[in-house]
Write a new protein. Sequence first.
Length: 545
Amino acid sequence: MAPPLLEVNDLSVTFDLGGGRRATAVDRVSFSLGRGETLALVGESGSGKSVSALSVLQLLPYPLAAHPPGGSIRFDGEELLGAGEARMRQVRGNRVAMVFQEPMTSLNPLHTIERQVGEALVIHKRLSPAAARARIVELLGLVGMGAQAERRLGAYPHQLSGGQRQRVMIAMALANEPDLLIADEPTTAVDVTIQAQLLELLSGLQKRLGMAMLFITHDLGVVRRIASRVAVMQSGRIVESGPVAEVFSNPSHDYTRHLLSAEPKGRPAPRDPAAPVVLEARDLRVWFPVKAGVLRRIVSHVKAVDGVDLSLREGHTLGVVGESGSGKTTLGMALLRLEGSRGEIRFSGRDVQALRGRALRPLRREMQVVFQDPFGSLSPRLSVGEIVAEGLRIHGLGADAAARDAMVVEALREVRLDPQTRHRYPHEFSGGQRQRIAIARALVLKPRLVVLDEPTSALDMSVQAQIVDLLRELQARHRLSYVFISHDLKVVRALADEVMVLKDGRVVERGPASAVFDAPREPYTRALMAAAFELAAIGGGAVRE
């Protein structure tokens, strides 16, 4: 039998929490991975999956590590644990590459896509600028950017959708055809149809290159689709491992059974059809100019949102779905006046398009947003208490610091976080906990409207279910209106009263959630439902149940 490509033995990682306190993130973990094989690491947030993967490339966040990781990590027979930085630079991005979970915080906001994808080619392959450019276009095409590949070379990360940014990350990782690809939630930010394409792409490249994959995910449908073996992690330890079919069909550990049964369930409670209208939009358009030539004249427009109408009542939820790049997030930002737009936007009967500067500020309190990436939207320099209280200070709420602190405590309790955590910082929390902090920051201002932009996309299934239950409870208690943007149709089905399907910035279908899910009229909607239903069936769940 051929020796394993990657062999991890008794890996342990301990973090320094300050004040003499330490936490063991990875506790004596062992696994191996052969050439051309895919091993999936699954488990809830904070189980140690990502820390195990980061340890392979010595990318643990210094100085959080209390001491060097213990154990052994051998790659192709060579010990990597303790290897010098010069040697690790030769390995990273060349023989071992990694796709990180949060592309917006991994991509450099100051560099174009061409420069970032081409960096590994220049460092390791010494390609000429022309050859590198051709290879970059080829890679972007391979990861599903299609005809837009060449046009996107000069774009910056903030100009791409979440799914497009993730595809760029995958292109960067595959640039030098590595022997081992470590993929940390690589399909988290993409819709179900692109997810299927990316999984098929990764499987095809793996077969062609003989590439091994260490695949980290919370989506059990993805595990069934791409992995041959699975290791289930809980509290830093591997509690169960083996062939995917065997572990999933006959799990031996209670935690594995819990993961297999956890997913958002239920349907929205009946709403008041006569509730007052909170938000309206008519012929809403967001067009981004495309400039060319020496004089940078406008030659065309990218129509991110093109003539959208919508209406949302108090206490109701509008689900906005569609593929990455369909205009979902741009629509949400335009409704909040965080993106310039044309057309009519009315909030509580008032025309907000005409408001500017100080006149708009009072409405900001009533119109809040929860972003897709809580780690990127929470300041690492502020404590949780300061983050949640920031809006209170800006809007002059609370008589003094003590009153504001009491409001912060109440908000944290509402999202089921220990109020004592307000003295800690975002990096000390799991993804699900950070998202609860982001929700508390929005709710502390007592808004009427909350735009939720993919708030569960980066979370594992059990935490998704918890966040869905929390959002339902808060909506009922405060009569909140939600615009819920997501590519995860299971979550939309559990929350939305009405659904709007976007494609290329235009509405292709809308209606009551039950009608859109159970009897979609348009071919595009049917394709979305089919892709979601297939993945749900593979993972053991269901979208249309």
